[in-house]
Design a binder for this molecule. Structure first.
Ligand code: F6P
Length: 483
């Protein structure tokens, strides 16, 4: 029997480790997606379709085309797709990580790249093939009239491919990252195909209205008819375009922060920080997170306020990600050099101003965010940024949040956070100084505003609203067709 709810994403809810299928162990990934959709999938007899991302995943997929994983959210049926390695590399690393991610975050170094040459076109064909593979897997898994939720830029072409084979399905696509304006989007030679791929859906979701508005402007620039919340697809359907800002599940997060491993992390971090003021950031080690400018601002603070030397420590928890991508490797190298330079220039035998850790240690991240005196979130661009919401919810010191205006989270948190232009290191240094000088009353007031806004639309509600809107959008479609 087909599934009434199908979810498709590149990264699945678990990744396997181990040398053989018998010994393979699933490890739950981080991120809000599984928290948001896991319960609905488990309760409603759904299926999650994801890519094999490790060798162990591929071994498991080869012997078990459909498997069941047991998570706190329930038992989830999972189908892992395993395209040939070079096809998957082109899909994920070349197009996903080196073209679409930098496009959506305006990260191209336009004077030197990207090279939209024959190699790009060959990689794009593979990108298309993987998307078609996902569409086929969704078509295969879905019951008549089922709901299908397709996630993110990796799978932008899947909605139209799926609609061609299964027009009965209700299809939604959600973009978890920003969307650039038409001027920047026009850099991509295959932009029309990408957008028309997404227009196969009934409902397109974005994190915040800014990104949805940019998407609508890109559609208009390509000649599609748009209004403030919909686009006319080439086949005459009205595709709804909405935003769904994801919030924090405070109960679940506080439970995670109360775990013994987090307490142990706090003890370690406290003993290493002593009485110093603790400045914390937690990011994937990723160029869009703007970690280097954050360090420059910290350096400026130390230069402006020599009395802070020996009395402040900056924890930079930047866990490695996508290290196959040369731009990421270079960024990691630059980060290590910047940290070494600041520590050599300002530190001494008793004081290390910047502590950098690049391993992925979730309990340590929670520990650091809970005991921070100041939390820095300054991405160049970010779809939402959950650290900006999660940090303040578990912080115990009313730590001021320093937040980039270009993070989607700014829409919810601006009233309580200290807002900065992420390109302006002097402004970030000013904000750090302001955070240090802030009265206890102002800290408490701002922290309360941030916490209250951060827990609006927790994951289950976020997904529930999308399901209701998808039913409505697909219903409108049906009535249009029958008229
Ligand atoms: O689009 C954003 C996103 O999917 C985030 O949800 C997540 O933080 C990140 O990308 C993960 O990227 P990857 O799966 O390539 O490691």
């Amino acid at each position: 029997m087909g599934a009434s709810l199908v979810v498709a994403s590149n990264r699945g809810p678990v990744q396997f480790t181990g040398d053989s299928d018998e010994t393979a162990v699933p490890r739950r990934g981080g991120g809000g997606l599984v928290t948001a959709i896991g319960p609905a999938l488990a309760d409603g007899g759904g299926v999650w379709i994801a890519a094999s991302m490790s060798d162990a995943d591929r071994r498991v997929a080869a012997s078990r085309p459909m498997l069941t994983v047991v998570l706190p959210e329930g038992r989830i049926r999972l189908r892992l797709l395993s395209p040939a390695q070079e096809v998957y590399d082109a899909f994920y690393n070349e197009i996903g990580n080196r073209v679409l991610w930098p496009l959506n975050h305006c990260l191209f170094d336009l004077a030197r790249g990207p090279a939209f040459d024959g190699a790009f076109r060959a990689a794009w064909k593979h990108f298309r093939t993987v998307n078609e593979g996902y569409a086929a897997a969704c078509a295969d898994a879905a019951a008549t009239n089922a709901e299908v939720f397709v996630h993110d830029y990796h799978l932008a072409l899947a909605p139209s491919a799926l609609r061609r084979s299964r027009p009965d399905l209700k299809i939604a696509h959600y973009t978890h990252c920003p969307w650039p304006d038409p001027h920047y989007f026009a850099v991509l030679p295959t932009g029309r195909e990408l957008i028309e791929g997404m227009l196969g859906a009934d409902l397109l979701g974005f994190e915040v209205p800014r990104w949805a508005a940019n998407f609508l402007r890109c559609c208009a620039a390509l000649g599609h008819q748009v209004d403030s919340a919909a686009v006319l697809a080439p086949d005459g359907r009205r595709v709804q375009v909405r935003s769904y800002p994801l919030g924090v599940d405070a109960t679940q997060l506080r439970r995670a922060a109360a775990a013994p491993a987090v307490a142990a992390g706090r003890r370690r971090l406290s003993s290493m920080s002593g009485d110093a003021v603790v400045v914390v950031r937690v990011d994937r080690l990723e160029p869009s997170k703007n970690i280097l400018r954050g360090l420059r601002a910290f350096q400026e603070l130390l230069t402006r306020r020599p009395e802070l030397r020996g009395r402040i420590v900056h924890w930079v928890l930047a866990y490695e990600s996508r290290q196959q991508v040369p731009e990421y490797q270079r960024y990691a190298g630059d980060l290590h050099s910047a940290v070494a330079e600041i520590n050599a220039r300002f530190g001494d035998s008793r004081w290390t101003p910047v502590r950098l850790a690049t391993d992925d240690d979730y309990p340590r991240s929670l520990a650091a965010l809970s005991l921070a005196d100041m939390i820095v979130v300054n991405p160049l661009w970010d779809g939402q940024n959950m650290v900006a919401k999660e940090g303040p919810v578990i912080n115990e010191k009313d730590a001021p949040l320093l937040l980039s205006r270009n993070a989607g989270a700014a829409d919810d948190l601006a009233a309580g956070a200290l807002m900065v232009n992420p390109f302006d290191t002097a402004e970030l240094a000013d904000a750090m100084a302001a955070a240090l000088d802030m009265t206890a009353e102002e800290r408490a007031e701002r922290a309360a505003l941030v916490r209250e806004a951060a827990v609006r639309a927790p994951p289950r509600e976020w997904f529930g609203q999308q399901r209701r809107d998808l039913a409505e959008a697909a219903g409108l479609q049906a009535s249009t067709v029958h008229r």
